[in-house]
Design a protein around this ligand. Structure first.
Ligand code: SAM
Length: 211
C-alpha cells in the first residue's frame, strides 16, 4: 500500500504521542515506554493498523507496536488511533530492515506479517518481508521461543515463503492455504486486506514459523 504523499504527514507523525520518536533510544528498554514488562508483539507493514489495534483492544496484558514505512499510510492509522483509549499500543514509521537497530536481541515475543507486498519480480525478491534478508533481522530481535505469523492471499508469495523461510534456518510450525476453513482460524482477527480479498473469494494462506 502506498498512498499519494499527504502534505504535513511527516509533521503530524513527528508530533504524535502515539508514535515512538527516535525509536532506537528505547532499544533494550521498551518496557519503560509501556510502563510494564508485558510481552511485546509487533506487526511489520501494518498499513492502516486495524488488525493490531484490534489485538491491542482484545489483549490488554500484551504490548503492541505497529511498524509502517510510509508516513501517508501511518497517518490513516493515527486518525483511527485517536478514537481509542489504549495504553498498550504504539506505532513506528521505519523501514523494517532496520529493526535490529531498534530492538535488542529477544526483545520481541511475536511478529506478524499480514498481506505483505508481493514484489513479484525476481530482482526485487530481497524486498519481500519473508526473504532470508528480513528473516535474519527477525531472528535477531525475536525471543528464542518467538514466532512469525504470516498471512497472505498471494499464492506465489506464499509458495516462495514456504521455501525462503526454511532457507533462512527457520521451521514452518503450521500452515494452511485456506485459513478461513481451517482450525488455524480460531481467534483470527481480519486485516483490512484480508477483508477485501476474502470478500472477493480469494482463499487466505497462513503460516507460523519458529526456530
Ligand atoms: N498489513 C495490512 C493489511 O493486511 O491490511 C497492510 C498490507 S499492505 C499491502 C503492506 C504494508 O506494508 C504497506 O503499507 C507497506 O508500506 C508496508 N511495508 C512494506 N515494506 C515495508 C518495510 N520494509 N518496512 C515497513 N513497512 C513496510
Amino acid at each position: 500500500m502506498r498512498l499519494r504523499h499527504i502534505r504535513g504527514a511527516e509533521e503530524t507523525i513527528a508530533a504524535s504521542p502515539y508514535v515512538v520518536q527516535e525509536a532506537a533510544q528505547y532499544r533494550g528498554r521498551f518496557c519503560e515506554l509501556f510502563g510494564n514488562d508485558h510481552p511485546i508483539r509487533i506487526e511489520v507493514g501494518m498499513g492502516k493498523g486495524r488488525f493490531i489495534m484490534e489485538l491491542a483492544r482484545q489483549n490488554p496484558e500484551i504490548n503492541y507496536i505497529g511498524i509502517e514505512r510510509y508516513p501517508s499510510v501511518l497517518l490513516r492509522a493515527l486518525q483511527k488511533r485517536a478514537e481509542l483509549e489504549l495504553p498498550n499500543i504504539y506505532f513506528m514509521c521505519v523501514d523494517a530492515i532496520n529493526l535490529a537497530d531498534i530492538f535488542a536481541p529477544e526483545e520481541i515475543e511475536k511478529l506478524y506479517l499480514n498481506f505483505s507486498d508481493p514484489w513479484p519480480k525476481d530482482r526485487h525478491a530481497r524486498r519481500r518481508l519473508t526473504s532470508p534478508e528480513f528473516m535474519k533481522v527477525y531472528d535477531q530481535i525475536l525471543r528464542k521461543d518467538g514466532v512469525v505469523e504470516f498471512k497472505t492471499d498471494n499464492q506465489d508469495l506464499f509458495t516462495y515463503s514456504l521455501e525462503s523461510i526454511p532457507e533462512a534456518g527457520w521451521t514452518i510450525k503450521a500452515c494452511t492455504r485456506d485459513l478461513h476453513h481451517s482450525e488455524m482460524n480460531e481467534g483470527n482477527v481480519m486485516t483490512e486486506y484480508e477483508e477485501k480479498f476474502s470478500s472477493m473469494g480469494n482463499p487466505i494462506c497462513k503460516l507460523i514459523a519458529g526456530r
